[in-house]
Design a protein around this ligand. Sequence first.
Ligand SMILES: [Mg+2]
Length: 92
Amino acid sequence: MLRTAAKVDKNQAEIVRKLRQIGAYVKVVSQLKGFVDIVVAYRRTWFFMEIKVDTKAQLTPKEKEFWQEVGDRAPIYRVNSWEEALEVITRR
Ligand SMILES: [Mg+2]
């Protein structure tokens, strides 16, 4: 089977839709392997988010490499649900 697109996490559409409903700007970049799934702008801040379907899902090798390369320079948020995505952009 020819696969041209990266697998999209099942909860991604819901998370994107609900973030947009509360006024966040969301750019979906999940097609870029080894990067985050969505980039979110909200209340003057950017949030880079890796979406996973649950707490047990592992980062892919390319994602792990990206997280290691970025290190502690800037945050990357892993979110396993809409509730966690909301928590990330509203805490502060
Ligand atoms: Mg993902």
